[in-house]
Ligand binder design. Structure first.
Ligand SMILES: Nc1ncnc2c1ncn2[C@@H]1O[C@H](COP(=O)(O)OP(=O)(O)OP(=O)(O)O)[C@@H](O)[C@H]1O
Ligand SMILES: [Mg+2]
Length: 237
C-alpha cells in the first residue's frame, strides 16, 4: 500500500440554495485504503459524496484527486479520471436489464468495457445469472451488486459508496463487504463509503471520519475501529 494521497479534501463548503450544509470538510485518503464517513441522518454525508462526484458545486475549498485539482470538473470528467459512484438508494434503471444497466457503465469504461464486464460477473456471479432480468424486479441485495458493478465497469481507482447496506439482508451485506475487500486487494482500488450500520462500518472500514453538521468532528483510526463501543458512541454524536 502506498502512502500517496489519492483524495485530499480541503475546506470544502457546499449547500443547497441559500442553505449551507458542508462547513469546511477536511479529509485525506491514501491509495488502497477503505475509509468510512459516518454520522446521523441529515449531517451531510451524501452531500459530501455528491460534491466529490461533481453533482453539487463547491462554494469554497478544494478536492484533489491523485494530485490534480478536480474541484470544478464536471461529473463525467471525474468518472473518466477514475472515480466510480454508487449512490444512496442505488438508482439502477428499473426497466432495463442487468446487462443494459452495466452497459451504461461501459460507456465510461471505453474500449476496455468488455473486459471489465467479465470482471464484474466474476466478482458478482449472481449478476451473470440474472443478466437478462429487469433490474427493478430484483432484490435489494441484487440491485446493490448491480449498482456496484455499474461503477466497477468504468474501471475506477476510487469507489464512492453511499450506504451500501441500506435495504440489503445481512448475509448479502457480508458478501458485498468481502467482495469489496477482494476488489481492493486484487485491483488496488481505494474505497470511501458512507454508512450508519455498525456491523458494516466495522466489517469493511479500516478507519472512519465522524460527520456532524457538515464538519468532521472526530477521526476513528485503525487502532480504534475494531472497538464497537467507540464506533457506537460516534454514531450517537
Ligand atoms: N436536494 C436538496 N435540497 C435541499 N436540501 C437538501 C437536499 N438534499 C439534502 N438536503 C439537506 O441537506 C442536509 C444534508 O443532507 P444529506 O443528504 O447530505 O445527509 P446525509 O447525512 O446523507 O443523511 P442520511 O443519513 O439521511 O442519508 C439535510 O438537512 C437535508 O435535508
Ligand atoms: Mg445520505
Amino acid at each position: 500500500m502506498s502512502t500517496e494521497p489519492v483524495l485530499k479534501i480541503t475546506g470544502l463548503r457546499a449547500g443547497y440554495g441559500q442553505t449551507p450544509i458542508l462547513q469546511g470538510i477536511e479529509l485525506d485518503i491514501r491509495s488502497g485504503e477503505i475509509v468510512s464517513l459516518i454520522g446521523r441522518n441529515g449531517v451531510g454525508k451524501t452531500t459530501i459524496l455528491r460534491c466529490l462526484m461533481g453533482q453539487l458545486p463547491a462554494s469554497a475549498g478544494s478536492v484533489q484527486f491523485k494530485g490534480r485539482d478536480i474541484t470544478r470538473l464536471a461529473p463525467d470528467a471525474r468518472a473518466r479520471l477514475g472515480i466510480g459512484y454508487v449512490p444512496q438508494g442505488r438508482e439502477v434503471f428499473p426497466r432495463l436489464t442487468v446487462e443494459e444497466n452495466l452497459y451504461v457503465g461501459r460507456l465510461i469504461g471505453g474500449p476496455q468495457g468488455r473486459k471489465h464486464a467479465d470482471l464484474v460477473y466474476r466478482y458478482f456471479p449472481r449478476l451473470q445469472e440474472r443478466r437478462r432480468q429487469a433490474a427493478g424486479t430484483m432484490s435489494g441485495g441484487e440491485q446493490q451488486q448491480l449498482a456496484i458493478g455499474r461503477a466497477l465497469i468504468g474501471n475506477p481507482s476510487l469507489i464512492l459508496l453511499d450506504e451500501p447496506s441500506e435495504g440489503v439482508q445481512p448475509s448479502i451485506v457480508q458478501m458485498i463487504c468481502e467482495t469489496l475487500r477482494a476488489i481492493r486487494d486484487e485491483l488496488g482500488s481505494t474505497v470511501l463509503f458512507v454508512e450508519q450500520n455498525l456491523d458494516t462500518i466495522m466489517a469493511l472500514g479500516e478507519r472512519a471520519y465522524v460527520i456532524e453538521k457538515g464538519r468532521v468532528v472526530r477521526h476513528i483510526g485503525a487502532g480504534e475501529i475494531s472497538d464497537s463501543e467507540v464506533v457506537r458512541r460516534s454514531l450517537l454524536i
